[in-house]
Design a protein around this ligand. Structure first.
Ligand code: ZN
Length: 161
């Protein structure tokens, strides 16, 4: 079976940036990633490259930011007063929270905590990065009616609910 709209695709992948650093690897986790094709479950650049592939196919895919996690927006890096975090006992770099912006709700990450001000970054950690995927397709199957209805994969490698 080939990868097409409404198939469930399992892949092993290793993701590196242009500096050659490994950012993510399903191989290291020991479990392939399963996703429902054609539903925007994974970034467009990778999803498009998988069309027509079959189990056993291997490939290298380079994804530019526009087809990945987007460009970095400097205006999403902001200084906010500590008092904006009323009720939070400890503020540390790496903490994440959701906030409304002119671009819709976004996940912000605290990058620096000062005495009076906290620096937050609303960019995806991989925004602006060119992504290099080494991919192996491990399985392609039909999606179940329930998976299609939910728009995501069920089972051991997917959603559990
Ligand atoms: Zn579901």
């Amino acid at each position: 079976m080939q990868v097409a709209e409404n198939t469930v695709v399992s892949i092993h992948y290793t993701l590196t940036n242009n500096a050659g650093e490994t950012l993510d690897s399903s191989v290291e986790r020991g479990e392939p990633l399963a996703y429902l094709h054609g539903h925007g479950n994974i970034i467009p650049g990778l999803e498009n490259a998988l069309v027509g592939k079959a189990a056993g196919d291997k490939m290298d895919v380079t994804v530019e930011p526009a087809e990945g996690y987007g460009e970095r927006h400097e205006q999403l890096i902001q200084q906010v007063p500590r008092t904006a975090f009323e009720g939070v006992d400890t503020l540390e770099p790496g903490m994440q929270f959701q906030a409304e912006t002119g671009m819709g709700p976004r996940l912000f990450t605290i990058t620096e905590v000062g005495g009076e001000e906290v620096t937050v970054d609303g960019n995806h950690p991989l925004a602006g990065e060119t992504l290099n995927f080494a991919v192996e397709v491990t399985e392609v199957r039909e999606a179940s009616a329930e998976e299609l209805e939910h728009g995501h994969v069920h089972g051991p490698e997917g959603h559990d609910h």
